[in-house]
Design a protein around this ligand. Structure first.
Ligand code: CUA
Length: 344
């Protein structure tokens, strides 16, 4: 009776295990696929800073694999060979084995990893030199203010660097802790209240690198993304020149009406547009808002529909952000959108 119940329970457990196997395999596969679905990875470095971190990671990975293989081999020997055959252990052999495998090898590994880690830490903390351009980044809840040292204008949530050159990034926070992290270019640097911290960026190939605040800083921490654009030197110089120049003047009637609405409404109290009377400093400078990759630091794509939604009530898009709903006349919204989109 008992035996039968045992058999029944065992076969039920076996069935459950069989049913679970595809779920585990599929789930694991999907989870791994999720890791590479467009998310920037430190293990896909595009510059010398992240390259060092990736190399260190792979060094640790292969050491771990070697240690794992060694332990498995010793275990297999103990279970399969030593148990079956009467292997005679010579006097002093166990002690020698413990000394080499338990102390000697770990010591070599730890000293090597420590030395490589110290070397990389020193290299990552190096100053990029007096000729390197300096970009000043200020973290705000929940967006990034970007300026180039010596240039008057500002932009937000996007910074440009010349390919192949080291660029110094000077970091401040306007409020709480944030962390500046460009996974494919450089490890994190925390922004600490009252302190000015520095890091550098270097990209070996041109491209757009997605980056993210990496320190929890409140409700919209997840929507505090930014983008690093690595481009040839002349494009970088053109970007700096655009930052210094006034925003483009409106060209069409709709854009002119939009500018009027912007300057007469409450927008100008918080936002600046270079070359106009708008010089608010609470929210992001909007002089090049039409060319930005997103609205709300990665919250939604930058297109007319989302821009209209953001202006009318950004609280529905990014709850908790500091821009209150705007009492904009619906008939003026298309003009406002037309004007802001022309700022590029
Ligand atoms: Cu800023 Cu998290």
């Amino acid at each position: 009776m008992d035996t039968r119940r045992d058999v029944t329970t065992r076969s039920a457990a076996e069935r459950r295990r069989r049913q679970l196997l595809p779920v585990v395999v599929l789930g694991g596969g999907l989870a791994l696929a999720g890791c590479s679905a467009g998310a920037p990875s430190t293990l896909d470095p595009a510059g010398s800073g992240a390259g060092r971190v990736a190399n260190l990671w792979w060094l640790l990975f292969w050491i771990s694999m070697a240690v794992f293989a060694e332990v498995m081999a010793v275990l297999a020997w103990a279970l399969l060979v030593r148990r079956r055959r009467d292997v005679r252990v010579r006097h002093g052999q166990p002690l020698r084995f413990v000394t080499v495998a338990g102390a000697g090898i770990p010591l070599v590994i730890l000293v090597t990893v420590y030395a490589v880690g110290l070397r990389d830490l020193a290299a990552l903390g190096d100053d990029p030199g007096p000729r390197a351009p300096t970009i000043e980044v200020t973290g705000h809840k929940w967006w990034w203010e970007v300026r180039v040292q010596g240039v008057d204008g500002a932009t937000a949530n996007e910074l440009h660097i010349p390919v192949g050159e080291k660029v110094r990034v000077r970091l401040r926070t306007a409020d709480v802790l944030h962390s500046f992290w460009v996974p494919q270019l450089m490890p994190k640097t925390d922004l600490i209240a009252g302190e000015v911290r520095e890091t550098w960026l270097h990209a070996e190939r041109a491209g757009n690198y997605r980056a993210q605040c990496a320190e929890y800083c409140g409700t919209q921490h997840a929507h505090m993304a930014f983008r690093v654009v690595a481009e040839p030197r002349h494009d970088y110089d053109a970007w700096v020149a655009r930052l210094a120049a006034p925003a483009p003047a409106p060209q069409t009637d709709a854009q002119r009406r939009g500018q009027e609405a912007f300057l007469q409404g409450s927008c100008a109290g918080c936002h600046a547009i270079r070359g106009t009377a708008a010089n608010g400093r609470i929210g992001p400078d909007l002089s090049d808002v039409g060319s930005r990759w997103s609205i709300g630091a990665g919250a939604v794509p930058n297109d007319g529909g989302h821009l209209g939604g953001w202006i009318a009530n950004s609280q529905t898009v990014k709850p908790g952000n500091y821009m209150p709903p705007q009492p904009v006349d619906a008939s003026r919204l298309p003009d406002l959108i037309a004007y802001l989109q022309s700022l590029r």
